[in-house]
Design a protein around this ligand. Structure first.
Ligand SMILES: *[C@@H]1O[C@H](CO)[C@@H](O)[C@H](O)[C@H]1NC(C)=O
Length: 328
């Protein structure tokens, strides 16, 4: 494109005739002027716009990564800290309390003679070295005789399986919340179980106890009997159908315990829409831990609370370094 151009100009001259004169002059064509204008406009608008969107995107990424800091999830130790001690023992609870978890999940099973223990069938099978024995097969006396120290070395000295009452007496004043995971088993199944659990809760005056169970009829029974107790139900993949069980199926329940791979933004929106909290279980690895934080669940149940706490602390430091500010 020519900046300078020769141009012929028509000039009226005396004598009535016309003469063509060529003269040299720097000329800007209209097209060129338009281009300059565009360029200036482009420079004026595009870079600020670019940085605006870029900044917004960065902020979005940071906020997606860091927003959980405004409402950090409860860290719930699954059976206490079972990386350091046998699950659901006084030792495991003590380790969890000393690493200042927010909450502890206690597995609750009933003996054949009706005593509630902090014990999971799976753990009983390890102690008894019998893969088919269940808590409901044994009496209180038999369970009290079991010795955990054969399984784990280096215990703090508490070798016995605690009753639910012993467990709650130790932990309920040391954490913000206690989740009782009520297991239904033989020989009595649900019969009277809700009442047994509520009796222990009342006896130790556990006012931060919540109860959840895979058995809906047990959860409903608790809701019916004790309106002031927070109750949860479990959402998981039903092994018989391979499908996720119904997300909103119990009106009176305030907590939904969800198998963590099933949790996404939509699930959280739906559950919160019904004024219920989303508790993720059992989150033991770094990637799902990160995912649960980004999704902003209300609580995370983990067998490795110390790892999760360390992970949260690292992420918190990173977020603050990247300029994320925590509203107070
Ligand atoms: C394992 O437990 C079951 C149920 O209590 C019992 O019937 C069975 O005899 C036990 N097996 C052994 C090897 O102790």
């Amino acid at each position: 494109m020519a900046i300078f151009g020769w141009r012929q100009r028509r000039r009226p001259l005396d004598g009535g005739g016309t003469r063509r004169r060529l003269f040299f002059r720097p000329l800007y064509s209209r097209k060129f002027k338009r281009m300059i204008l565009f360029a200036v406009a482009f420079l004026a608008i595009f870079p600020p716009l670019f940085f605006h969107f870029k900044l917004r995107r960065i902020r979005q990424i940071v906020s997606q990564k860091c927003d959980w800091l405004h409402h950090p999830p409860l860290v719930c130790a699954h059976g206490g800290d079972s990386t350091l001690a046998f699950p659901n023992t006084i030792d495991a609870y003590s380790y969890a309390i000393s690493s200042r978890v927010d909450c502890i999940e206690v597995d609750v099973s009933r003996s054949s003679d009706g005593v509630l223990f902090a014990l999971h069938n799976r753990d009983l099978q390890r102690i008894a070295r019998n893969s088919s024995v269940q808590v409901g097969d044994l009496s209180m006396k038999q369970i009290k005789e079991l010795d955990v120290s054969q399984i784990v070395k280096g215990s703090l000295g508490n070798r016995r399986i605690p009753t639910l009452e012993d467990a709650l007496s130790l932990i309920s004043n040391s954490v913000r919340q206690v989740i009782l995971d009520a297991k239904v088993g033989p020989p009595m199944y649900e019969k009277g179980l809700a009442q047994d659990i509520l009796s222990v809760i009342e006896k130790v005056q556990c006012n931060n106890c919540i109860v959840w169970a895979k058995s809906d009829s047990l959860a409903r029974d608790i809701i019916r009997r004790a309106a002031d107790i927070t109750v949860g139900y479990i959402v998981m993949v039903d092994p018989s159908t391979g499908m996720r069980n119904n997300l909103l199926r119990m009106r009176g329940a305030r907590v939904v315990g969800v198998y963590h791979p099933l949790i996404d933004e939509k699930l959280i929106r739906v559950v919160r829409g019904r004024n219920k909290g989303v508790y993720a279980w059992t989150v033991d690895d770094a990637d799902p831990m990160k995912r649960m934080l980004h999704l902003g669940v209300d609580a995370v149940v983990t067998s490795n609370p110390a790892m999760f706490q360390g992970f949260m602390e690292d992420l918190r430091t990173k977020c603050l370094e990247e300029g994320f500010s925590i509203r107070t």
